[in-house]
Write a protein that binds this ligand. Structure first.
Ligand SMILES: C[S@@+](CC[C@H](N)C(=O)[O-])C[C@H]1O[C@@H](n2cnc3c(N)ncnc32)[C@H](O)[C@@H]1O
Length: 216
């Protein structure tokens, strides 16, 4: 089994449980939604990668012309399709796809989004380069990513170097890589983006909300 198919199997297996779990930081989630909506236009064609069970794509759909939302896990996309049918939204397409599966022919997109995904990607540089190619010049890449805190601390060390490796060994956690917020921004800059907004969201592990514009 390749590491990608292992990840797909892991996320598919937990998809129903993930769908039922309450959002851990609701204030942070609502801020992400509101800030993201403020960047969207009714003419925008958007792509969300790693969309999970599709909740965010369905909430953002009324604010764009069309949104394609994709995920590596079949289980996640099945749930997203069920939710879409309930909401009867016509301008959302859900598809099973890995980051690098997206073809530029399907885009390029005005807005690409990836929420709670980038820290799960073993080859982040390749993913960001690909996302850059999928984003129109002047278009936006909007993301939220779990990052390493600036000052590590005991709690972070215990989670990162004890709890997560044990869970990974038991098959109960996927690959993760926590960069500093600065390192993440540097990688985006290297992929041809300019950061236009950055917001830190606290939590057991901090998240960084970033809006980045694709340079022309
Ligand atoms: C932590 S969940 C986040 C889901 C959703 N974006 C959210 O914020 O609730 C990460 C999602 O990324 C998907 N994922 C993991 N690796 C991926 C990859 N290489 N390409 C596409 N999706 C991936 C998983 O299947 C999972 O649904």
């Amino acid at each position: 089994m390749t590491s990608l198919s292992k990840d797909a199997a892991f996320w598919s297996k937990i998809s129903r449980k993930y769908a039922e779990s309450p959002i851990k930081n609701m204030d942070g989630y609502l801020t992400t939604l509101e800030r993201t909506k403020s960047y969207l236009s009714p003419e925008d064609v958007a792509l969300e990668i790693g969309c999970g069970t599709g909740s965010t794509a369905l909430l953002l759909a009324p604010h764009v012309a069309h949104i394609t939302a994709t995920d590596i896990a079949t289980g996640m996309i099945e749930i997203a399709q069920e939710k879409r049918a309930e909401k009867r939204l016509e301008n959302v397409t859900f598809k099973v796809a890995e980051v690098l599966d997206h073809s530029r022919k399907d885009g390029p997109y005005d807005v690409v989004m990836a929420h709670n995904l980038l820290h799960l990607l073993p080859d982040l540089d390749a993913a960001l380069a690909h996302i850059g190619a999928l984003t129109k010049p002047g278009g936006l890449f909007i993301s939220k990513t779990v990052c390493a805190p600036d000052k590590g601390g005991m709690k972070y060390a215990l989670i990162r170097y004890a709890a997560i490796p044990v869970m990974q060994a038991l098959g109960k956690a996927p690959f993760v890589q926590f960069l500093s917020a600065q390192a993440l921004e540097d990688k985006m800059t290297h992929a041809g983006f300019r950061i236009v907004e950055a917001v830190d969201q606290s939590g057991l592990l901090p998240s960084r909300y970033l809006v980045a514009r694709k340079e022309t």
